[in-house]
Write a protein that binds this ligand. Structure first.
Ligand SMILES: [Zn+2]
Length: 581
């Protein structure tokens, strides 16, 4: 099997490759899957005969056959050829990986077809030609043309000047005028207007629900779905095509649910939109979820990394190969730390890609793709696909199983920086966890570079926090921590505070006494001593001793330091950390 064929079978990024394209050697599979419609049976039989004839012809011509009518049109691949050229050359691009492009045509020897192919080759594309039936090409061209306006993608929001945006914004203040406005706009302008509408009303998601004579549009605002207006079916058709195009869904597939994602720019911030489509008897229904965009990337110190921990993370952000893992339970701020690392590593020299489940928010300049475990697009599949794009830095949402762990460590061994998360209680536990998962020590030792464990503690509300004298038991606890730090990391030792923050509560903090959160962290780099310990299957205790020798402060100790700085309370630190060593 050639490399290209393998690619085709394992799918590509968010948009899968197609499984309907078949080589001339295995035609039966494709033909059998041609379901006969209850009406138009004669036509269906004719079509099948035509496909069989085309297949025979392909064999005679010694080129592969493709049943193009059954092949999902992928917007990403279509972009490789302008519609006008596709029409002129009667060819449809249906698979693309890197510079390799597969096209379908009903006559490769037609001069116009040859001319278009020659143009593509002059543009450095490696074109391989598949033979398709004439009616298949006709249908595919029709589907292509139907959404052709969508292919000339212009980012209206980016293009229109600020004043125009304000005008748009004003117009959508009264959402009931939207449907009328949408009738006058192109599909892409229309979707932009809907995006702005969602932003201006702080809608978390927009639902499009088709009925026989109208399409109901509902906005979820503050958790409640509000019906805002109806669209005419013909307007909806354009809008829904645009949504599918922008979110890279297969345009000519209507009868199975699809997931996708697109981004747009609003008030200079990037907003990511997660889209899912569901087929209904009246047409496709869409839910578009607007994800908090343009989120500020926190710097390491803003996240809670201080002193030696900051230095270790900063060093880790400069490596050119190896694995950086952030561990902790759900809601411990792992993703923020990873995103912060990514934004530092996201330089023009570095190609940064992510595989997430789900994509939490958009990062400019980073190729983010979403895992679809249910749909069979796993972290392992995704990682294998993405490695072909030759990234420098890869962020993988989570290492859940041995397959992912193996693929990830191979990536880290072969010149990539790999960032990911793992569920463990402490930083050191990561090593036995990986080994127990099935990753052999000889893989763990050379790949693992830095491990971070973290929890989030709530910050005291600056408007109502009170300082109270430290009591005896608190003082004792502080003394214990400082004695430990004296042995581990002298530079971290601070005087025992005389006053400690205590919460009260006010309007600004909804009477909780807390506002915002900060991470308490522990971090170690895998030194050569640690590598030896891993290779020798040493106990966790020995590893902890080695990490402590390099100055590793535990999450709880870090918490104490943050209490001493007045950032949080001892109660918070005890709540989220336990003493493991
Ligand atoms: Zn307060």
């Amino acid at each position: 099997m050639s490399e290209e064929d393998k690619t085709q079978n394992s799918g590509t990024t968010a948009v899968q490759g197609n499984d309907q394209a078949v080589s001339a050697n295995q035609p039966e599979k494709a033909l059998k899957s041609d379901a006969l419609a209850p009406t138009g049976e004669v036509e269906a039989v004719n079509r099948e005969l035509q496909e069989k004839a085309t297949l025979r012809k392909a064999k005679e011509m010694n080129i592969p056959y493709v049943n193009i009518a059954k092949t999902p049109l992928n917007p990403d691949y279509l972009k490789a050829v302008e519609f006008e050229d596709a029409k002129r050359g009667r060819l449809i691009p249906f698979f693309k990986v890197g510079k390799k492009l597969r096209i379908a045509t009903d006559d490769p020897n037609r001069p116009e077809t040859k001319a278009v192919i020659a143009d593509l080759q002059n543009n450095d594309m490696e074109v391989s030609v598949n033979l398709a039936s004439t009616s298949g090409i006709d249908d595919a061209l029709k589907a292509y043309e139907k959404s052709a306006s969508a292919y000339k993608k212009v980012d209206i929001v980016e293009k229109v000047e600020e004043g125009k945006i304000q005008n748009f914004a004003k117009e959508i203040e009264d959402l009931s005028t939207l449907p009328k406005k949408l009738e006058e706009l192109t599909a892409e302008q229309g979707l932009n207007l809907l995006n702005i509408g969602a932003m201006k009303t702080n809608a978390s998601d927009v639902h499009y629900e088709p009925y026989t004579d109208k399409v109901e549009v509902r906005f979820r605002i503050d958790g409640v779905l509000n019906k805002v207006f109806d669209l005419k079916p013909e307007v909806y058709k354009n809008i829904s095509n645009q949504i599918k195009y922008e979110s890279k869904m297969k345009l000519n597939v209507y009868n199975i649910p699809q997931d996708g994602r697109y981004t747009f720019t609003f008030n200079e911030k990037t907003v990511a939109v997660r889209v899912s489509s569901i087929p209904t008897p009246e047409g496709e229904s869409f839910v578009c979820r607007y994800l908090p965009g343009g989120k500020k990337q926190l710097k390491f110190d803003e996240l809670g990394f201080q002193g030696l921990a900051y230095k270790k993370l900063d060093n880790a952000s400069k490596i050119s190969q190896g694995m950086i893992l952030v561990t902790g339970p759900t809601g411990s701020g792992k993703t923020s730390t990873l995103y912060s690392l990514l934004s530092v590593m996201n330089t023009p020299q570095n190609k940064v890609i992510t595989l997430e489940d789900p994509v939490e928010y958009a990062i400019e300049g980073v190729t983010q793709s979403q895992i679809d475990e249910k749909g069979g697009y796993t972290f392992t599949d995704g990682l294998k696909t993405l490695l072909r794009q030759d990234p420098d830095v890869i962020m993988l949402g989570e290492i859940r199983d041995i397959d992912t762990a193996e693929t990830a460590s191979q990536a880290a061994l072969t010149g990539h920086v790999l960032l990911s998360t793992l569920h463990t209680n402490s930083a050191i536990e990561t090593i036995p966890r990986l080994i127990n998962m099935g990753l052999p020590p000889f893989m763990v030792a050379p790949t693992l570079d830095t491990v971070i464990a973290q929890r989030l503690v709530r910050r005291v509300c600056p408007d109502c926090v009170k300082q109270e004298p430290i009591n005896d038991s608190e003082k004792k606890a502080f003394e214990q921590v400082m004695t430990n730090l004296e042995n581990v990391n002298k530079s971290a030792v601070v005087p025992i505070p005389e006053m400690l923050p205590k919460v009260t509560g006010c309007d600004k903090c909804s009477n909780t006494g807390y506002r915002g959160r900060v991470a308490v962290v522990e971090i170690f780099n895998v030194t050569s001593e640690m590598k030896d310990l891993i290779l020798n299957n040493s106990s966790s205790i020995k590893m902890i001793v080695a990490a402590r020798k390099e100055g590793m402060i535990t999450m709880r100790e870090d918490g104490f330091l943050k209490v001493a700085q007045g950032l949080t309370t001892l109660e918070e630190v005890y709540r989220v950390t336990n003493v493991s060593y």
